[in-house]
Design a protein. Structure first.
Lengths: 326, 175
């Protein structure tokens, strides 16, 4: 069975959903603001004759319809990084500031880690963790290529992550971009649909709950935790949020994303979830001609203390428009 | 008690000065800053917010975050400089990251030579009358100069030391 069929009751236009999922995605690069600017990258593309199209909802993303995104001068210089459009969303939702302490719990191969580091102007500390040593080498390569100097890389199980190697005992923000069943990437890698099983969904949902729980525990009161996946499965999305809302002191908060999304679902397969899961965003391929995605923002409970090492703490994570040319 | 020796499996912070050195052969922060200034004219203040760490035999990393004892982590910042050899060698990535600040031992290549350098080719370059050794190799791109990486200049020849995995066959862009 094609697993996408099970999500058809959730979408507004089944034909458009099916059609979009069957179309391949164009290559996209994100401009690495540690090293360059969108203006300089596009001027270099112009000189070299590389065709590009802007992405309307983010001025740091460029579609490259004709070419391998890794064979041009800006890439050679570390000015760009190949990254699917929707993959830029959790970094926007996390909205990290220069000087903060940020955890990327499932970080490899580092697209979001390096985006976070760039949003922090390469200042503060990013802790990029992954339990897969092989994938960590890709993360390290990407971080070096992009000139990231504020990131520590660790190799541990995020579910029982120890703060011992770090200079502090809690984070200001954490991203859980969880391992998942990945149907949302089918436009890039159709094999994910053939490999899909409900057993895997059940198994990976347990891991997701464990990692998100640890992220909430490791983040300071008032801090922000972003949860994201590239699956449509409510078992791996709203059900995970529902579990952690019940188990830990945290709440889901509303936030904006700069493209068309629909709210999280409160019912699925005979289960009902906490009504606040509607604050999460579902991104369907046919709405913005992207991959599929899921993204939620949690605020950790308890009394917030101002982080005095950060100059600009005006937001509790709700301002996802920062840095976006809306 | 014997003096501590370098453990290549862990990150250790560089001592501030040669006088603070406990591990034999380990570069000090002062020597690293002096090297970048003497070789490339990059001001020591550039690295005021950064710490330097050694892992492996002489590989120095540069880090811009908070750390106290990160000895067992996988990486801290980025690789920066190879020490514990006669001629210290900056990494390609460090030169791409900080090389724009260099004021000497910088060689600017024309478009044709720049493409050959990026592809990893060595090239005859007798007209260079500057120092031998490791150079910042730059070219013009998008209304400015941008460092491509590290070249080794010896006997009228500029060798490309761009790592194999980072080389690329790129077009000659006449600007």
């Amino acid at each position: 069975m094609n697993p996408l069929e099970r999500y058809e009751p959730l979408v507004d236009d089944v034909e458009a959903f099916r059609a979009a999922c069957a179309r391949p995605l164009p290559s996209v690069v994100r401009v690495n603001t540690i090293r360059s600017t969108t203006d300089r990258v596009t001027r270099a593309f112009d000189e070299e004759g590389v065709t590009y199209e802007p992405v309307s909802w983010h001025d740091g993303l460029l579609r490259l319809p004709d070419r391998d995104p890794g064979t041009n001068w800006p890439y050679f210089h570390g000015w760009t990084h190949g990254q699917e459009e929707v993959s830029a969303l959790p970094g926007l939702a996390l909205d990290p500031r220069p000087g903060e302490r940020v955890w990327d719990a499932c970080a490899a191969p580092g697209s979001k880690t390096t985006q976070i580091a760039a949003a922090m102007n390469d200042e503060g500390t990013v802790v990029a963790n992954d339990n897969n040593l092989g994938r960590l080498s890709a993360l390290r390569h990407n971080a070096e290529r992009l000139g990231v100097t504020n990131t520590i890389v660790t190799n541990a199980d995020a579910r029982n992550y120890s703060m011992k190697p770090l200079a502090f005992d809690e984070f200001d923000r954490a991203l859980v971009d969880a391992p998942c069943s990945c149907e949302g990437t089918c436009r890039k890698n159709p094999d994910v649909l053939d490999q899909w099983t409900l057993d895997h969904v059940t198994q990976v949902a347990g891991i997701q709950k464990g990692v998100l729980t640890r992220a909430v525990q490791a983040t300071r009161p008032g801090g922000t935790v972003v949860y994201s996946t590239c699956t449509f499965a409510p078992e791996e999305n709203e059900a995970v949020l529902d579990h952690v809302l019940a188990a830990e002191d945290c709440e889901l908060v509303p936030f904006d994303l700069p493209l068309e999304t629909v709210p999280g679902v409160t019912e699925w397969d005979g289960e009902t979830y906490d009504p606040s899961v509607r604050h999460a965003h579902r991104v369907y391929p046919h709405h913005n001609d992207t991959g599929g995605f899921f993204c939620a923002t949690l605020r950790v409970g308890g009394d917030a203390e101002d982080a005095d090492r950060v100059d600009n703490t005006t937001s509790d994570g709700g301002d996802a428009e920062t840095g976006v040319d809306a | 008690m014997s003096r501590p020796t370098n453990d290549g499996q862990r990150f250790d912070r560089l001592p501030e000065t040669p006088a603070d050195r406990e591990v034999e052969g380990r570069a000090s922060r002062r020597e690293v800053l002096d090297w970048w200034e003497e070789r490339f004219g990059i001001q020591p203040a550039t690295f005021d917010g950064y710490t330097f760490w050694e892992k492996g035999a002489g590989k120095v990393w540069v880090f811009n975050g908070e750390a106290t004892d990160p000895s067992r982590v996988e990486a801290i910042g980025m690789t920066f400089l190879r020490t514990r050899q006669d001629h210290w060698k900056p990494t390609t990535r460090a030169v791409q990251r900080f090389g724009e600040l260099a004021t000497r031992n910088v060689i600017e290549l024309d478009p044709e030579r720049a493409s050959r350098f990026a592809a990893g080719e060595d090239q005859e370059l007798p007209e260079w009358d500057g120092d031998w050794g490791y150079l910042v190799v730059s070219h013009a791109v998008a209304d400015g100069s941008a460092p491509m990486g590290v070249g080794l200049y010896l006997y009228d020849e500029l060798r490309s030391v761009v790592p194999k995995g980072s080389r690329a066959e790129l077009s000659v862009v006449e600007r």
